[in-house]
Design a protein around this ligand. Structure first.
Ligand code: ZN
Ligand code: ZN
Ligand code: ZN
Length: 367
């Protein structure tokens, strides 16, 4: 992610901030400009941009910003919508009369915005699903499980359902241990489930792509329910690390794709942040990789250079975490089989198969 600055005092500000911690000026994310903006409130819902380039342009905070404090995105003042481009993707939220649910909703929306920021950079920002038959739109349901009504996190036909208790850190960590996972985060859920969503679009639009997909990930036409049953009964193959990024990726080609897709997004976001913060790594030993950027890794044609950078950064990240007594930030190993799958995902995005204009021919899109 880019580094953002307050237009009033020039201190660094962060993507989730609602005001500058140095000068208290109001902040909000300007979707069309992909940047954090600084604002002066003329009226409660009429804010003037303090960015000199905006020439006093007026904005309004998203309804979930002004009313619920679960969002910090801005909308041009004369736009007909009261919800921002992120909140318009949320279809169902947990019952807010339960006091903890507002906090869970906040955490879910925060992770969703981070996920969406990267889709903006990759030029694959989803648009809200118009109806159940709408193939290319997306909607999110954040549901709290009830005693006789469990919630399965998953994707179906452009609807991503997330068990909102994943925003409870104790629940999430317990589930992670039960499932023998190395990594489980709310952001990771968004990235994984989005993999299923984008897969459906790619498979529908590009039959040739699907053939190539099968070469790397296997035949997704095998029975999904049966494959999952087998996986939960017998676990992954013994040598799963040679071919898969995670244990769960072994369950079915769809899950392998979603796990690897999520992984690609983790890599891209982390490397992009390293790039924008000006990091570089000069290894002290000649066989260790260096990290130098020629350009942002997002959209870079030199994916092999991106991978070398990633090796250097992930070793350093894990070492730093261990120095702080924390778990590895990056608890994965990249086998050659997995690297080939990541290259395939990068090629898929480079071929611009998912560019909004391909899918959004029925509406003009500003992002
Ligand atoms: Zn400031
Ligand atoms: Zn919003
Ligand atoms: Zn999945």
């Amino acid at each position: 992610m880019k580094v953002f600055y307050c237009h009033n005092c020039h201190h660094q500000v962060f993507f989730n901030n609602t005001y500058c911690e140095n000068c208290n000026t109001l902040l909000g994310y300007q979707v069309t400009k992909k940047t954090m903006g600084t604002f002066e409130a003329i009226e409660p819902l009429k804010w003037r941009s303090l960015n000199p380039k905006d020439q006093n342009a007026l904005f309004k905070p998203c309804y979930n910003y002004s009313q619920n404090q679960v969002c910090n995105w801005m909308i041009p003042f004369d736009d007909e919508h009261i919800y921002c481009e992120s909140c318009r993707l949320t279809h169902t939220i947990p019952d807010l009369s339960e006091p903890q649910n507002i906090l869970y909703w906040q955490r879910l929306e925060q992770a969703k915005r981070r996920f969406l920021y990267l889709t903006q950079q990759l030029n694959i920002f989803p648009r809200p699903k118009k109806n159940d038959d709408d193939r290319y739109g997306l909607r999110f349901n954040f549901l709290m499980p009830q005693p006789n009504d469990p919630v399965m996190t998953g994707h179906q036909l452009g609807t991503i359902t997330l068990n909102a208790s994943e925003a409870d850190v104790v629940h999430r960590e317990k589930t992670r241990l039960d499932m023998q996972e190395n990594y489980r985060t709310v952001l990771g859920h968004f990235r994984h489930e989005s993999g299923h969503y984008y897969f459906d679009i790619l498979a529908h639009l590009y039959p040739e792509w699907l053939k190539e997909f099968r070469f790397y990930f296997g035949d997704e036409r095998q029975d999904y329910g049966h494959a999952l049953e087998e996986y939960y009964q017998h676990g992954p193959a013994l040598n799963w690390q040679d071919h898969y990024i995670s244990r769960y990726a072994c369950a079915h080609p769809w899950e392998d794709w979603a796990e690897t897709w999520a992984h690609y997004l983790h890599m891209m976001d982390t490397l992009d942040t390293a790039y924008h913060t000006g990091m570089c790594i000069e290894a002290n030993h000649r066989i260790d990789p260096d990290m130098h950027f020629k350009e942002s890794p997002i959209g870079s044609l030199d994916f092999e250079h991106t991978l070398t950078n990633w090796f250097a950064l992930s070793y350093a990240l894990n070492g730093l975490n261990r120095s702080m007594g924390l778990q590895d930030a990056y608890p994965f190993t990249l086998s050659n089989g997995v690297l080939d799958k990541l290259r395939f995902i990068h090629r898929t995005l480079m071929k611009t198969a998912l560019k909004p204009e391909t899918r959004h021919s029925d509406e003009s899109e500003s992002t």
